[in-house]
Ligand binder design. Structure first.
Ligand code: HOZ
Length: 441
């Protein structure tokens, strides 16, 4: 496509229907959204409202088309509305939407998840990633008899009370270091350390020996932008927790089935005590899971005394969707192709920035990726906060006007699906370069 034609794609698309919906939504919902990052406060302007999606694409209420790299914040590895997933959901729905009693789908999905994640010797389904992390931490506390936990700055583990201390994702996007409503006494039990800083972790364990129930970590961070662990970081956490009798919890809500089929624990060969997973095991339907060593999981009711329950846990529609997606991932192994395509995207974005003289760094693992408009290496949340927020906002809207939907915050990762083609990726690189050129002007 000629450059003059491409420039036309930068014109403001009509968004009257989205604007009207956003006005209506704000009358009934705080900020007009049901999850804060969606409100676009991280990039300014207003969100579009989605009408439908298929494969790698979304269409908004005004009919504008976007190549989607948010993918419902990760779970849609096969893209939107994959025929096998839709067929499985429709078939399950025809047999009832919820029973509050066990089904074969729960057993089959648990067995399949364990094939990918052997460290999850026993696992329990819940309804969201937040529920999974809250339950895992309760279990860690119940198992060890300790109250403190340690998390990392810029890591986000859902909106459970214990996690809203120096958290990433929407908490970072809105600049809310701690949330009112969380009792100070509870926040005091959450210690924090900079990501990739083993010395800080060692100091915390020296200060509170035998008192920290667990370390919970995004082994590859997706909620402060994309941050990869240093070579010795995850194995260092394993060593420190083991020495202290504390548990290591990998929050693989974002990384599970993404950075490798078996998540970061497979990629980095570190076996956590507990793992949490999210919507990916339901192909985007509301589901999560936590699991780990058998003797720890046996502390959960009804076997043990740590209580956790839910009517929608193991919901039959979510189980059916998850089984459809994970069976395809197991049988077709799209991972090498996904990884190559994700690398192609990041390399193209970096090359475009370099051509324009814009400092940008970035990377990917498997089909999870991210870039920062920053010069130096970005290894921590503090580094991530040094990226150029004003330029990111202009770049973001330029890309959106050109039909590319990146996450509306500098503190979120991007994703790739099997539905994205090389042509989609090349088109994205070109449009992003045009958006960056415009943002500089
Ligand atoms: N906090 C989520 C991403 N890390 C965003 C959830 C949403 O808005 O759907």
């Amino acid at each position: 496509m000629a450059e003059s034609e491409r420039a036309g794609e930068g014109k403001n698309p009509a968004r009257a229907a989205s604007a009207a919906l956003f006005r209506r939504a704000q009358e009934v919902t705080p900020g007009g959204v049901n999850s804060p990052v969606r409100a676009f406060r991280g990039v300014g302007g207003e969100p579009f409202f989605v009408d439908r999606a298929a494969g790698a694409r979304l269409w908004d209420a005004d009919g504008n088309e976007y190549i989607d790299y948010v993918l419902s914040w990760g779970p849609l590895i096969l893209g939107h509305a994959h025929p096998a997933v839709i067929a499985a959901v429709c078939d399950a729905a025809g047999r009832g939407t919820s029973y509050g009693a066990p089904t074969v789908g729960e057993v089959e999905l648990a067995e399949l998840v364990r094939e990918f994640f052997p460290s999850m010797e026993r696992l329990r389904f819940v309804s969201s990633g937040t529920e999974a992390t809250m339950s895992a931490v309760r279990l860690a506390r119940g198992f060890t008899g300790r109250d403190m936990i340690l998390k990392f700055e810029g890591n986000y583990h859902g909106h459970g009370d214990s996690f809203l201390v120096k958290a990433g994702s929407g908490v970072a996007t809105l600049g809310l270091p701690n949330s009112p409503g969380v009792p100070a006494e509870l926040s005091k039990l959450t210690l924090t350390a900079p990501y990739n800083d083993l010395r800080a972790v060692e100091e915390a364990f020296r200060a509170f020996p035998g008192q920290i129930a667990c370390i919970i970590v995004e082994p590859v961070v997706g909620n402060a932008g994309f941050l990869a662990p240093d070579d010795d970081f995850l194995s260092g956490l394993r060593r420190i927790t083991e020495a202290d009798g504390s548990l290591l919890v990998f929050d693989e809500v974002m990384t599970g089935f993404r950075v490798a089929p078996g998540g970061a624990q497979e990629l980095f060969n570190v076996r956590p005590d507990l793992t949490t997973l999210g919507k990916v095991i339901g192909a985007g339907l509301p589901v999560g899971a936590y699991g780990g060593r058998r003797e720890i999981m046996d502390h959960i009711a009804p076997v043990g005394p740590v209580y956790q329950a839910g009517t929608l846990s193991g919901n039959p529609l979510a189980m059916a969707a998850g089984l459809a997606q994970l069976r395809i991932l197991r049988d077709e192994n799209p991972y090498p192709k996904l990884e190559r395509r994700t690398r192609r995207l990041v390399a193209g974005l970096l090359a475009g920035a370099a051509e324009l003289g814009v400092p940008m760094v970035g990377g990917s693992l498997g089909s999870m990726w991210g870039v920062f408009l920053a010069a130096g290496p970005v290894r921590s949340f503090e580094d991530a906060q040094r990226s150029d927020a004003a330029l990111f906002q202009r770049f973001y809207h330029g890309a959106l006007r050109r039909g590319v939907f990146f996450a509306p915050s500098a503190f979120e990762a991007g994703f790739m699906s099997t539905a994205h083609t090389d042509e989609d990726v090349d088109e994205t690189i070109q449009r992003a370069r045009d958006a960056l050129r415009e943002a500089l002007a």
